[in-house]
Design a protein around this ligand. Structure first.
Ligand code: NOJ
Length: 587
C-alpha cells in the first residue's frame, strides 16, 4: 500500500482499518499454492547470519579472519539460534574489493584457509544444524582470473568475448574515447582502455573487476558449473552478488543524467541500460531449475536493490515462483527513518504484493552504515536497536542478520584517508569514506585489545573503541542486552507457532506506534507493539474485532524491562521507543 492509499485511509473509521488488516491475512493466506507449504522449507522463516570472513574471527594470528575462526565460533552461532550462515567471498582473490574480485571460483584463498578447512567447517556446522550459504560473484571476475587474462591478451582468444569489449569512439588525436557515459559504482568511467588490444572493457565496479558478458552461453555454462561444484560439496545455497547488473544494453546507449554529481564526483545516471535488464530473468529461471534438482531445498538469494515491490516480485518469478527463492527486500530495512506509518505501508506491501512468496528482510550488511547509526537518534540507540531487531525478527519474513548487528556494533568510519582500505573510500575521499566502518572486527570480549577477534595487535581494520562494553561476552551476561533481546526473539520465533503464520496489522492509523499480530493456524496470536516515538504512548488493540482472541494479554518480552506489564490489549502503555510482545488470550 502506497502513501496515497495511506492518506486516503487516514480519515476513515477504525473499523475500516481492521477490515484492511483482516484482508491482509486473507491475502497472505490465500496467495498461491506455494504459500500453502509456508514454513515447510528450512529457509522459510529462517534466520540467516552474514559473516564477513575477514572480520569475524582470526584463528592464526595474522590479523585477518578465516574459516577455522568461523568454526571456533559455531557454538556461539548455535546459541544465538541461527539456521544458516552466509559467508562473504572466501575464494582466491587479489582482495582489491576484499574477495568480490574472484580469481578462482573453485578454491579457498590461502588467507582464509583451504578447501579441507571448508569441508571441515561444513561438517561441523551441519552437526549444529547450521547450513552454509556462499557468496557467488557472477557479474564480474577479478582482472587476475585466467579467463580475463586470456580475454585481454588477444581479440582472437576464445575467451575474449566472455567480457564486454568496445573499440571506443575515435578522436582526432590520442586513444579513442569510451563508447558512452556509463560510470563505475566505484568512481570514474566504467570503461578501461587496454592498449595491447586497443579496446575498452566494461566494469560496473572497480577496474580490477571486469564484467562478464552474460550474452555468451559459455559464460552461463561455466558459472553454473562453479555453482554445481559447491552444491555437490554440500552448501545450502548462494547469495548472488550484484545480480541485477548481469546484463547491459547491447547498443551501449548512454544513460540519462540527473542534475548534480554523486559522492565520487560522477554524473548521477538513471541506470536504464546497465541495471535490472529483463534478460536477467531468463538466467534466474534456468538457475532455479538447476538448483532445484538438488535435494534438501537449496536456496538462491539475490542482492536485489530494486525501486519497488512490483520489481521485487519479478525476481521471485511473480505468480510462477520460478526465479529466486529469496530476493532481498531492501525497501523495508533501508527506510532509514523510524516512522510507524512508513514501516506499516512497506511491510503490508511485501506481505501482499509478491504473490504469497516469502519476504527476506535486511537491515544491515557489509556495504551500509549500520542500522544502529541509521536509525539511532544518538540518545536512545539501544532501545531503537531493539525495535529494529523486532521488526526484523517478528515480521513474517526470512531474516538476515549481519555480524555485530546483534550486539549493537557501531559504524567506525576512518578519519584519515591513509587508513582507508575500501577502494570506494580511496577514490571517493572525503565525500565517500567507504565501507570500512561497517566491516570492523567482531567484538567478542574484552580479554585483549583486539576484542578477542585476533591475537595480533595489527588487525586488518582497527577494533572500535566501544569493545570494552559492546561485546558478546558482556552482553551474554546481561539479561537486558541487545544480544539477549535478539536471542530471545529468535527462540520465540522458532518455538511459537504464531511465527509461522501470517502478519496482521493492527491500530493502522497510529502514526507513532506500529502494532501487528502474528497468527498461528489454531488462531492463537502473538501481539507486537513498537513505539517509534520519543514520547510515551498508550495503544488500544481491538483483538476481538480482529478475530484474534480476547482482550487479556500476557507479556512475553518487553523493553525497557521497567515498563508496566499490560493486563489488557485495550490498554498498553509503552515507554519512549518501548517494545512489547505478548500473547492474547484465546477467544
Ligand atoms: C556487492 C557487494 O556486497 C559489495 O561488497 C561489492 O563491492 C560489490 N557487490 C561488487 O562485487
Amino acid at each position: 500500500m502506497g502513501r496515497t492509499m495511506r492518506a486516503q485511509l487516514a480519515g476513515i473509521e477504525r473499523v475500516v482499518g481492521l477490515l484492511v488488516a483482516a484482508l491482509t491475512v486473507c491475502n497472505a493466506m490465500a496467495a498461491s499454492p506455494t504459500t500453502a507449504a509456508a514454513g515447510s522449507k528450512w529457509w522459510q522463516n529462517a534466520v540467516i547470519y552474514e559473516i564477513y570472513p575477514r572480520s569475524f574471527q582470526d584463528s592464526n594470528g595474522d590479523g585477518v579472519g578465516d574459516l577455522n575462526g568461523i568454526a571456533q565460533r559455531l557454538d556461539y552461532l548455535q546459541r544465538l539460534g541461527v539456521d544458516a550462515i552466509w559467508i562473504g567471498p572466501m575464494f582466491p582473490s587479489p582482495q582489491v574489493d576484499f574477495g568480490y574480485d574472484v580469481a578462482d571460483y573453485e578454491n579457498v584463498d590461502a588467507q582464509y584457509g583451504t578447501l579441507a578447512d571448508f569441508d571441515r567447517l561444513l561438517a561441523q556446522a551441519r552437526k549444529r544444524n547450521i547450513r552454509i550459504i556462499l557468496d557467488m560473484v557472477l557479474n564480474h571476475t577479478s582482472d587476475q582470473h585466467p579467463w580475463f587474462k586470456a580475454a585481454a591478451a588477444s581479440r582472437d582468444n576464445p575467451r575474449h568475448d566472455w567480457y564486454v569489449w568496445n573499440d571506443g569512439v575515435k578522436v582526432a588525436s590520442g586513444p579513442p574515447q569510451p563508447p558512452n557515459n556509463w560510470v563505475s559504482l566505484f568512481g570514474g568511467s566504467a570503461w578501461e582502455w587496454v592498449p595491447a588490444i586497443q579496446q575498452y572493457y566494461y566494469h560496473d565496479f572497480y577496474r580490477a573487476q571486469p564484467d562478464l558478458n552474460w550474452r555468451k552461453p559459455e559464460v552461463e555454462r561455466a558459472m553454473f558449473d562453479t555453482l554445481r561444484f559447491w552444491l555437490d560439496r554440500g552448501v545450502a545455497g548462494f547469495r548472488l552478488d550484484a545480480i541485477t547488473t548481469l546484463f547491459e544494453d547491447p547498443q551501449l546507449r548512454s544513460e540519462p543524467a540527473q542534475p548534480g554529481v554523486n559522492a565520487q564526483g560522477d554524473p548521477i545516471l538513471t541506470r536504464i541500460y546497465t541495471d535490472n535488464l529483463p534478460e536477467v530473468h531468463g538466467v534466474m529461471r534456468r538457475m532455479r531449475q538447476m538448483v532445484d534438482t538438488y535435494p534438501d531445498d537449496r536456496v538462491i538469494i539475490g542482492e536485489t536493490y530494486l525501486p519497488n515491490t512490483a520489481e521485487l516480485d519479478k525476481w521471485y518469478g511473480g505468480e510462477k515462483h520460478d526465479e529466486l527463492h529469496l530476493p532481498m527486500d531492501m525497501l523495508v530495512g533501508f527506510i532509514n527513518k523510524l516512522e510507524a506509518g512508513t514501516f506499516r505501508d512497506r511491510l503490508l506491501e511485501v506481505q501482499t504484493q509478491i504473490h504469497g512468496s516469502q519476504p527476506l528482510l535486511v537491515f544491515d550488511n557489509h556495504d551500509n552504515t549500520r542500522s544502529w547509526d541509521r536509525y539511532g537518534d544518538g540518545v536512545h540507540n539501544a532501545e531503537i536497536a531493539k525495535i529494529v531487531a523486532t521488526l526484523l525478527l517478528a515480521s513474517r519474513a526470512t531474516a538476515l542478520l549481519y555480524q555485530g548487528q546483534e550486539i549493537g556494533q557501531v559504524t567506525s568510519v576512518p578519519t584519515r584517508v591513509e587508513d582507508v582500505k575500501d577502494p570506494i573510500g580511496i577514490t571517493g575521499w572525503p565525500k565517500e569514506r567507504g565501507r570500512d566502518g561497517e566491516r570492523t572486527p567482531m567484538q567478542w570480549d574484552a580479554t585483549n585489545a583486539q576484542a578477542g577477534f585476533s591475537t595480533n595487535p595489527r588487525t586488518w581494520l582497527p577494533v572500535p573503541t566501544s569493545y570494552p562494553t559492546v561485546n558478546v561476552a558482556s552482553e551474554l551476561a546481561d539479561p537486558g542486552s541487545l544480544l539477549n533481546w535478539n536471542r530471545k526473539l529468535i527462540a520465540l520465533r522458532r518455538t511459537n507457532p504464531a511465527f509461522a503464520g501470517p502478519m496482521m496489522m493492527l491500530d493502522v492509523q497510529n502514526a507513532n506506534v506500529l502494532s501487528f499480530a502474528r497468527v498461528a493456524k489454531n488462531g492463537k496470536a502473538v501481539l507486537v507493539t513498537l513505539n517509534m516515538s520519543g514520547a510515551p504512548q498508550t495503544v488500544s488493540l481491538d483483538t476481538h474485532s480482529a478475530g484474534i482472541g480476547g482482550a487479556t494479554v500476557a507479556t512475553l518480552m518487553m523493553s525497557p524491562a521497567s515498563m508496566k506489564r499490560p493486563a489488557s490489549a485495550g490498554n498498553i502503555t509503552l515507554a519512549p521507543f518501548g517494545a512489547w510482545i505478548g500473547t492474547a488470550a484465546a477467544n
